[in-house]
Design a protein around this ligand. Structure first.
Ligand code: NDP
Length: 257
């Protein structure tokens, strides 16, 4: 049987280490037969990714440096991706950042800098990479980003990132409209809390995970592999009729009042 992503070139942005959501996604995409191109920002992430790929015997098509805070860096990265692959069929955006101090206190104290930084790295980055990626999606394609319920409801401590995720989710819808005519779909997975490097910056993370375990219909937390398979679905032809959507992968937590 042909695998879901056999022969497809997919760019994965945001593997920092083996706890990263993007690493769970990588495993799902690899098992589905995708050719993988990675981008990362810090050298530390690059080194971890190289080791992980070796350990799991995954041969990347390319690993390229990309800091989404810089237009030049995004341009150069996608130029390099074009040289390496010619065409891409999918892109995974699993990137976010906010200052730690903006994820602890009250939202009302957020600084101008902190607000703009969270928007830039966590929301605008999807806009700029979609614009760059669409040029390489000459056979159509799919883009998937990662969001959180803090976009829809007040999750204490999530603060500036909740507002950035609301912006990200609205961007998914506007981008879906713009690129839909080129046969490109844009969707988001809204994952439950997962213990990652970024999650460490969010106040009371343990409590949030505990509440999910107690209240979610499935009475458990989700993991990187759950998100990986949902992201695979969005990238595959199985989701060909779906765009501009936010899919909760949270053991059902969002339906409980
Ligand atoms: P990680 O810390 O593992 O991943 C975050 C990634 O963002 C890192 O790879 C980091 O790269 C990258 N990044 C940050 N700034 C930049 C930048 N300027 N340019 C390029 N890359 C950058 O955490 P997660 O896996 O948890 O986060 C992935 C996504 O999932 C985020 O959007 C997050 O908000 C979302 N999410 C997380 C949840 C959770 O509970 N963990 C729940 C729901 C959504 P580098 O390390 O090289 O700086």
């Amino acid at each position: 049987m042909t695998k879901l992503l056999e022969g497809k070139n997919i760019v994965v942005m945001g593997v920092a280490n083996e706890r990263s959501i993007a690493w769970g996604i990588t495993k799902s995409l690899h098992n589905a037969g995708a050719n993988l191109i990675f981008t990362n920002r810090q050298e530390r992430s690059y080194n971890k990714l190289v080791k992980l790929l070796e350990k799991h015997e995954i041969e990347p098509k390319a690993i390229i440096s990309c800091d989404v805070a810089s237009d030049e860096s995004v341009k150069e990265a996608f130029q390099e991706i074009k040289e390496k692959t010619g065409v891409i069929h999918g892109l995974v955006h699993s990137v976010a950042f906010a200052k730690r101090e903006d994820l602890q206190d009250e939202f009302v104290t957020t600084s101008r800098d902190g607000f703009l930084l969270a928007q830039e790295i966590s929301a605008y980055s999807l806009v700029t990479v979609t614009n760059a990626a669409k040029e390489l999606m000459t056979e159509g394609g799919a883009i998937v980003t990662q969001t959180y319920i803090g976009a829809e409801q007040v999750v204490p401590g999530y603060n500036v990132m909740g507002v950035a995720k609301a912006s990200l989710e609205a961007s998914v819808r506007y981008l879906a409209e713009d690129v839909g005519k080129h046969g490109i779909r844009v969707n988001a997975v809204s994952a439950g809390p997962i213990r990652t490097l970024s999650a460490k910056g969010v106040a009371n993370f343990n409590e949030k995970a505990q509440v999910v375990e107690e209240k979610a219909p499935l009475r458990r937390n989700i993991d990187q592999d759950d998100v990986g398979d949902a992201t695979l679905f969005f990238l595959s032809d199985l989701a060909r009729g779906i765009t501009g959507e936010v899919l909760h992968v949270d053991a059902g937590f969002n339906i409980i009042g």
